[in-house]
Design a protein around this ligand. Sequence first.
Ligand code: UDX
Ligand code: ADP
Length: 484
Amino acid sequence: MRDLDSFEQNSHQDLKFLFVVDINYFYKIMNICCIGAGYVGGPTMAVIAKKNPSIEVTVVDINAERIAQWNSDVLPVFEPGLDEIVKSVRDKNLFFSTKIDEAILKADIIFVSVNTPTKTYGVGAGRAADLKFVELCARRIASVVDQGKKIIVEKSTIPVRTAESIKAVLAANSSGAEFQVLSNPEFLAEGTAIADLENPDRILIGGDTTPEGKAAVETIVSIYEKWVSRDRILTTNLWSSELSKLVANAFLAQRISSINSISALCEATEAEVDEVALAVGRDSRIGPKFLKASVGFGGSCFQKDLLNLVYLSEHFGLPEVAEYWDQVIKMNDWQKKRYGQKIIQSLFNTVFDKKIAILGFAFKKDTNDTRESAAIYICKDLLEEQAQLSIYDPKVEGEQVIEALGLQEDEGNLLGVSVVNDPYEAAKDAHAIAILTEWDEFKALDFQRLYDNMVKPAFVFDGRNLLDINRLRKIGFEAYGIGK
Ligand code: UDX
Ligand code: ADP
């Protein structure tokens, strides 16, 4: 039996459902545990808790500092709207804890939302996803649970057929418990996570096609049905669900690499990439989204998922498929490199000892995440040429910038990296400003004031096509966008 609340609210669907799924396989949902309190686990569980007041949700992590932050006034993840939701449900039906085993034991459903970075060692290094954290979770669950039924849900981005490994680990290590392993990939984008969670294009749930598998899938459906209409909840087999996540990210990344390749062609001709994107995107078969030329895509997902897809294709003996998707990454790498080179060439082929203001370090606006940010690569290239960088980002802390650049704290000073709290300070006495993240606040900067305090000729490199280049030129700047 499920809790009465959800039974009453969904009685029509539940009745329909009872005819197709054996009542014995019905799961009682009272308690959810999510392993991993990161960018995905935290926001997703906050929204699930808010929409399901009768379910108790506990988010656990091995990182005690992170858990303490989730329990404090300053959350470890910056996302518009997240603070309000967390405050409204925290310590009511949403809990953050380091007591992992306790939460696993109590839970009917366990979401696994740990990090799956690209492997840095051994077979598949640089391409395959490192599943050691996922496997550790499966082993921990197996060691703690020895009776009853539990649903394990993969939320982390993972390669296809990971569920199989989780199942094998659970089966070999647990005595007496029954597990159903499902895939429920997350499609939220950082910076708009709460809006994406509250109003998703679709929810995808994959599971076994056995009666037990179907019942488990319907249990997860019932959680989302509290706020998402049934026609937006897709249920598939496990492998389709796992693969769809990789493919969705690969298609999105491909669009960006496509428009970025055209940005280079625009620079060589008289075409303007934003005009081309507008004209192309008006074709309803193509659509206007994800056609913004940039310094290159970043974030924890795109590159990792593309690499994964390449690795999988090779593994299954499909080198042509692997090569096709590999090109999307190569184009992105080239765009990042190209942008750094453009800055160096424009500054008379040397940035030695020149101060350059870097505005924006996060991989996109409205997040404090810097994973795979294009800014990291561009800054490193400029540092190699011995530029002096003064970096400002509205949400990224200095320590995080230094770490992302692979520097020690004191090394930063030695190499000429300073992280400042004010964009005007960053640009003071600088030769150039490089906009690397599209933060809205950069549009409102007083560019006359910035210009007056810079070395002349003063340059702006707008790596996000955020600013009015002609207005900057009128002030006196040597101004460059992307693809124009
Ligand atoms: C992505 C997917 O969008 C999301 O569905 C999935 O769950 C996780 O991966 P995310 O990486 O958070 O989300 O952000 P996204 O908005 O996709 O942006 C990724 C990168 O592409 C950013 O660096 C962004 O600046 C860049 N981008 C995006 C462009 O350069 N141009 C565009 O038109 C869109
Ligand atoms: P994502 O963007 O996928 O959410 P994050 O790196 O932000 O990735 O979050 C993943 C979280 O998972 C981290 O806080 C990390 O400490 C946690 N984690 C990793 N392995 C385990 C584990 N075995 N048990 C509990 N938490 C884990």
